[in-house]
Ligand binder design. Structure first.
Ligand SMILES: *Cc1c(COP(=O)(O)O)cnc(C)c1O
Length: 361
């Protein structure tokens, strides 16, 4: 019998992740591969997180603590909210899905930027919602147009800040104007996966809206600066009411026991975060300058990645870099995204890119 699949699901394409290192090694027989494709921390996790995981073998036959008491309490203490205001996800990706399932019925709308994290569109479409896509202006969220796009059917508004893949932020002032106009029945999703890398004093304190009781949620992750992408753990902070609803659709053991332990230890290691931020700031200098020397002007970034126009077919550049053992991300057209790595990785990327661009490909 023919499969019955809803056209919304047929319309989706599977998420294309950054190419894994060993896949490229297998394909091209390369020994050294540098992955600058998924905005991972090049220093790896906190040594404290590694120690916490390696001491945890004797509990692997037990289910995790489904309520994740310790980690949620530690996150609550850190941000001065109640534990009931914290939800964990199998990556913050999962919380995006929980939001769509909790708040959207078929035909409801969710507002998002045109160049932003692709998971929003995927999760909204998967629950038969309608993604309402608002173009960026100057590679930045256009909050005024996003507000104008709100209709009685709008349920979610996604604000990726800083934005992936562009690296830009919206300011506190702009977000204030947005929040003054958003109706109460729209949940504003502040996706702050790169929060710990931000240096701009103009960055908003989104958590303040949650504390005022606004219908907003702040998403953070342990996958980026905390270096725990492989364990899959992220969190959301919102009102107790919103968290309560999300918990009704959350799979009970979605945050695994190793991830809970590692995240708890990582959260307590401010030194590793500070070091990671410093390495990133220096690498950002090195990469920015290196790119400009090649005649490539990257968009100023508040994250651990740079978005740039290669001024030629991005797929060809991406593939030429792969053959040199360097994995970046081709976003679309002539645009590429590269993660800031360690100094030698950055240098290898710049050298390979120079060859590709000189080669006239
Ligand atoms: C990486 C990323 C996430 C989350 O990643 P998880 O690994 O699922 O926690 C969320 N939003 C954006 C914009 C990201 O870049």
């Amino acid at each position: 019998m023919a499969l019955q699949v809803h056209p919304d699901i047929r319309s989706l394409s599977p998420y294309v992740p950054g190419k894994p290192i060993d896949e490229l090694q297998r394909e091209l027989g390369l020994t050294r591969v540098i992955k600058l494709a998924s905005n991972e921390n090049p220093l790896g996790p906190s040594p404290k997180a590694l120690a916490a995981v390696s001491g945890a073998q004797d509990m692997l036959h037990r289910y995790p603590d489904g309520g994740a008491y310790q980690l949620r309490q530690a996150i609550a203490d850190r941000w001065k909210v109640a534990r009931e205001q914290v939800i964990l996800g199998n990556g913050s990706d999962e919380i995006l899905g929980l939001l769509a399932r909790t708040f959207m019925t078929p035909g409801d709308e969710a507002i998002m930027a045109d160049h932003t994290f692709v998971i929003y569109k995927m999760e909204v479409t998967a629950v038969h919602g309608k993604p309402v896509v608002v173009p960026l202006v100057n590679w930045t969220h256009d909050l005024a147009s996003m507000v104008r796009a709100i209709t009685p059917r709008t349920r979610l508004l996604f604000l990726c800040n800083p934005n992936n893949p562009t690296g830009t932020i919206v300011t506190a002032e702009a977000v204030d104007r947005l929040m003054a106009r958003v109706p109460e029945d729209v949940v504003v999703v502040f996706d702050e996966a790169y929060f710990e890398y931000v240096r701009s004093p103009q960055f908003p304190e989104a958590m303040a809206y949650v504390k005022q009781g606004r219908n907003a949620i702040v998403l953070r992750t342990f996958s980026k600066i905390y270096g725990l992408a492989g364990l899959r753990i992220g969190y959301g902070i919102s009102t107790t009411e919103i968290i309560d609803y999300l918990n009704r659709v959350r799979p009970p053991f979605n945050a695994n026991s190793l991830a809970q332990k590692a995240a708890l230890a990582a959260l307590g290691d401010d030194e590793h975060v500070a070091k990671s931020r410093a390495v990133n700031a220096a690498g950002m200098e090195q990469m920015g300058q290196g790119l400009r020397e090649l005649g490539v002007i990257p968009i100023p970034s508040e994250t651990n990645f740079l978005y740039f126009d290669a001024k030629r077919d991005g797929r060809v550049v991406f593939e030429a870099l792969l053959r040199a053992g360097i994995i970046v991300r081709h976003i679309d057209g002539t645009m590429l995204r590269v993660t800031i790595g360690q100094p030698d990785e950055n240098a290898a990327f710049l050298q390979a890119l120079r060859k590709v661009l000189d080669g006239g490909t």
